[in-house]
Design a binder for this molecule. Structure first.
Ligand SMILES: Cc1cc2nc3c(=O)[nH]c(=O)nc-3n(C[C@H](O)[C@H](O)[C@H](O)COP(=O)(O)OP(=O)(O)OC[C@H]3O[C@@H](n4cnc5c(N)ncnc54)[C@H](O)[C@@H]3O)c2cc1C
Length: 265
């Protein structure tokens, strides 16, 4: 089915296969998920959308858990994702108010540029595997591969996200009045079945990043304080309306320490 919203033709596929075909056929289409970012951007004329594909009826919102592996459809609402294990569940719960949280999707958040995209942090820490489609076919890779491939763009459709449920997970977020409803920084930590700890942050660098120096400090027998101090080596802090680079660098060790305390021994 196709209708028109503003100047854009919007198709409404009723399956994942139809959505892939609709997004990747020429002229390449823009994916419309919850619309919480795209609709206002288009309405205000900040983003030109000629052809959009709405995922609301494409049955891409399922969440499946089997043999310790979790698979989340890209169109799953953040509100549904709040039930997932830490650090993903608490991260989803931290995004927006109830209205935004009910409408926005995990795929839309992952595809949104900073200062949005908080779910990239937990998914990086979990080593999540993404599946996406573009005119060259179906691809799989990590968050960093999706970003390196150019992230969200017309003609590309994120399909789903899969990860192994960790033995433990934690999530902390920097809340301050200056950031209004947005989160300036998050830190996610997960412990794998073998006891290894992975840590990732948003807001410490222009995109979500793994804190490998902090991970190495822990793996080498260092304390939480050692790991927290080491985290600054992984940061590439920047100034924006939410926080200055120097503030980001100062608070990163605090939030790494909190995430590791929350993760427990
Ligand atoms: C008041 C408010 C507070 C917020 N606070 C936060 C916050 O603290 N942290 C945070 O991270 N975010 C925050 N957000 C942003 C919010 O997370 C996004 O609005 C939301 O995640 C976008 O999801 P959506 O499904 O609505 O995407 P849409 O608006 O539909 O799309 C967003 C972008 O992603 C692309 N896209 C969407 N789905 C796919 C897909 N499956 N494949 C390929 N491309 C896709 C679209 O083409 C578009 O470019 C806030 C937003 C509001 C309005």
């Amino acid at each position: 089915m196709t209708s028109t919203v503003g100047a854009a033709a919007v198709s409404m596929p009723s399956s994942e296969a139809e959505a892939v075909a609709a997004v990747t056929e020429q002229p390449y289409a823009t994916v419309l998920a919850g619309g919480t970012l795209l609709v206002p951007q288009h309405t205000l004329g900040h983003v030109a959308v000629e052809r959009a594909v709405w995922l609301g009826r494409a049955e891409m919102d399922g969440i499946a858990q089997s043999n310790g592996r979790v698979t989340v459809g890209a169109a799953a609402p953040l509100a549904a994702c709040t039930r997932l294990v830490a650090p993903v569940g608490p991260c989803a719960a931290n995004i927006g108010d109830n209205e935004v949280n009910a409408q926005a999707t995990i795929g839309g958040n992952l595809c949104a540029p900073a200062p949005y995209g908080d779910v990239r942090g937990p998914l990086l820490a979990l080593g999540a595997v993404l599946r996406w489609a573009d005119p060259d076919g179906i691809h799989t890779g990590g968050v960093e591969d999706f970003v390196a491939a150019g992230g969200a763009r017309p003609g590309r459709l994120l399909l789903d996200i899969a990860f192994a449920a960790p033995a433990a997970g934690s999530f902390v977020a920097l809340q301050r009045h200056h950031t209004q409803a947005l989160t300036a920084m998050t830190v996610s930590a997960v412990r794998g079945p073998g006891g290894d700890v992975a840590i990732a942050a948003t807001g410490a660098a222009p995109d979500a990043c793994r804190l490998t120096s902090a991970e190495a400090a822990l793996a080498g027998g260092g304390s939480i304080a050692d790991a927290a101090a080491a985290a600054t080596a992984d940061a590439d802090p920047y100034d924006d309306a939410l926080a200055s680079a120097s503030y980001r660098l100062r608070v990163l060790p605090v939030y790494v320490g909190r995430a590791l305390e929350q993760l427990g021994g």
